[in-house]
Ligand binder design. Structure first.
Ligand SMILES: Cc1ncc(COP(=O)(O)O)c(C=O)c1O
Length: 368
């Protein structure tokens, strides 16, 4: 039986093997592992790619959010508005700086519902973090309009959406800062953990340069209490190479997404691109009532799928003390029970995509 894995790192590595090895061997020879030229080179390229004033490599996407919040002096007693259907890290970062997450529900496209933001704003609201979930841009125009009106900074969580555009402009370039993850599962991925922050704000940039490196302003003097959160040069070398391929990979992903959408539209709920967006489908999520049965059936046929994410953050055991309950965010909760992520990565072959479609169809023939 053919098996289709949800991820296949080896397929991406194979054609890049020589290039990657050639770029990291000199680092072992020079010992320039931390804050070296390779990192600066990547930061320059990523700045250009994102169309922002600055980009900084950091240790991972979670730290990217923590550092941004810290750079804005957000901490104890402050509230940060975000969505409850993200990966845990968005909220983990808010909690890590001592602030309190305030959740609002999402729309059918899994992104934060701008209509609900204003009612959640209080005198303690110090930031809004929209997540461009699944690689589809959140409605930035509306979010920024509300944020500007209330003078609240917007930090974009771009972990799942590197390369996606909103009205022709890169996500991560709209808010005061954009937070990226280069975790191996992301569309632009390192050989381990990695992340970046983009910003057009010089003050934020200069503060994060220090925050990511123990608050140091030079070798011996520390200006503020910071962290150890730099993108290692080995990881910078890897993502620098992969950045050149990102647009072509994302294009392939979009083609696979389109094929899934066109073929499965009558059977399950599928994402539909909006005219304003160029999505990058970090995940391709379908929705149906028989989600668990479909997942089991596909697995029996050798097709691996995932659920992103089955338990909303407000219902996690770790969130108990905030007092949220089932029913608070009906769209997000309904989605959690019905969503299924199909395999989607540039290296999937056409035959594999066809097989996934065929098996989903077969399941519904039997189910109907
Ligand atoms: C939406 C979102 N935010 C933040 C993160 C955190 O990134 P990292 O794993 O690099 O810390 C991730 C992914 O892991 C994510 O999917």
């Amino acid at each position: 039986m053919n098996t289709i894995k949800y991820t296949n790192f080896h397929r991406q590595f194979k054609p890049l093997r020589e290039k990657i090895l050639k770029s990291i061997i000199p680092l072992f020879e020079s010992g320039e592992f931390i804050l070296g030229k390779t990192l600066q080179e990547f930061e320059k390229n990523f700045t250009t790619y994102c169309g922002t004033g600055y980009a900084l490599g950091v240790a991972n996407g979670t730290d990217a959010i923590i550092l941004c919040l810290k750079s804005l002096n957000i901490g104890s007693g402050d509230e940060v508005i975000t969505a409850p259907n993200s990966f845990l890290a968005t909220v983990g970062a808010i909690v890590a700086v001592g602030a309190t997450p305030v959740f609002i529900d999402v729309k059918e496209d899994f992104n934060i519902d701008p209509d609900l933001i204003e009612a959640a704003i209080t005198s303690r609201t110090k930031a809004i973090i929209p997540i461009h979930l699944t690689g589809r841009p959140a409605e930035m125009n509306r979010i920024l309009e509300i944020a500007d009106k209330h003078k609240i900074p917007v930090i974009e969580d771009v972990a799942q959406a590197v390369g996606a555009k909103y009205y022709g402009k890169m996500v991560g370039s709209f808010g005061i800062a954009g937070c990226f993850s280069f975790h191996p599962l992301k569309n632009l991925n390192a050989a381990g953990d990695g992340g970046a922050i983009t910003t057009n704000n010089r003050e934020v940039y200069e503060k994060i340069i220090k925050l990511r490196n123990h608050g140091l302003r030079n070798r011996n003097e520390s200006e503020l209490w910071g962290y150890n959160s730099r993108l290692d040069c080995i990881q910078a070398a890897v993502v620098n190479i992969k950045l050149k391929y990102l647009d072509q990979w994302n294009e392939r992903i979009r083609n696979i997404a389109l094929k899934y959408t066109e073929s499965l539209a009558g059977l399950v709920k599928v994402p539909r691109d909006q005219p304003y967006e160029l999505p990058v489908y970090h995940t391709f999520i379908i929705e149906c009532a028989a989600r668990d049965e479909l997942q089991n059936y596909l697995l029996e046929q050798g097709i691996e799928t995932k659920i992103h994410y089955p338990i909303p953050i407000h219902l996690q055991p770790a969130a108990q003390s905030w007092g949220y309950k089932e029913g608070d965010f009906p769209v997000c909760e309904r989605q959690g029970k019905r969503i299924l992520s199909l395999p989607i990565y540039p290296e999937l072959t056409d035959e594999e995509v066809d097989l996934v479609i065929k098996q989903v169809k077969k399941f519904f023939e039997a189910w109907a």
